[in-house]
Design a protein around this ligand. Structure first.
Ligand code: IMP
Length: 154
């Protein structure tokens, strides 16, 4: 993914926007694998409220620190489920007039979309299971696992 993103940037600088908190490890690994000149910023949304399904209402809890007007921007997301978060973010950030706006997501639960935001780079398609680890949480737990696992009920 890093190679592909670098290639498509063609030597231009980029701002990687990590969606907190789930993207932390992915952003860190992706950013270090890229050769492009990259700034890093974060924003935080909330729609899960500690549970296992989206409330469907996306709130911005922490906005960007930098002005992205005229810049190449890539939103770095951990997982796309219903698609509601990403479509909201794409819409919000495109009003700030970036030069380009793309999305990279490590995981995608393809059968679960309520809306279909365009995601330029997807790492892995996964089945409709609730997963944790490598940044992904359940009620703030398991983010530090160095692997991704399906959360079992027991
Ligand atoms: P969407 O708005 O339904 O696409 O949900 C996207 C957000 O929900 C992600 O950024 C995650 O924070 C969270 N999420 C969705 N599926 C999972 C999961 O299986 N495990 C942990 N978090 C998830």
């Amino acid at each position: 993914m890093a190679l592909k993103i670098d290639e498509e940037l063609g030597g231009e600088p980029v701002v990687l926007i990590g969606v907190l908190k789930g993207s932390i490890h992915f952003l860190s690994d992706l950013g270090r694998a890229m050769k492009s000149d990259a700034e890093i910023d974060f924003l935080q949304t909330s729609s899960y409220h500690g549970g296992k399904s989206s409330s469907g209402v996306v709130q911005i809890r922490k906005d960007l620190d930098i002005n992205i007007e005229g810049l190449n921007v890539i939103i770095v997301e951990d997982i796309v489920d219903t698609g509601v978060t990403l479509s909201h973010l794409r819409e919000l950030l495109s009003t700030r007039k970036p030069k380009s706006l793309k999305v990279v997501a490590l995981l995608s639960k393809e059968g679960c979309r309520k809306v279909h935001p365009f995601v330029e780079y997807i790492g892995f398609e996964i089945p409709n299971e609730f997963v944790v680890g490598y940044g992904l949480d359940y009620a703030e737990r398991y983010r530090n696992l160095p692997y991704i696992a399906i959360l079992r009920e027991e």
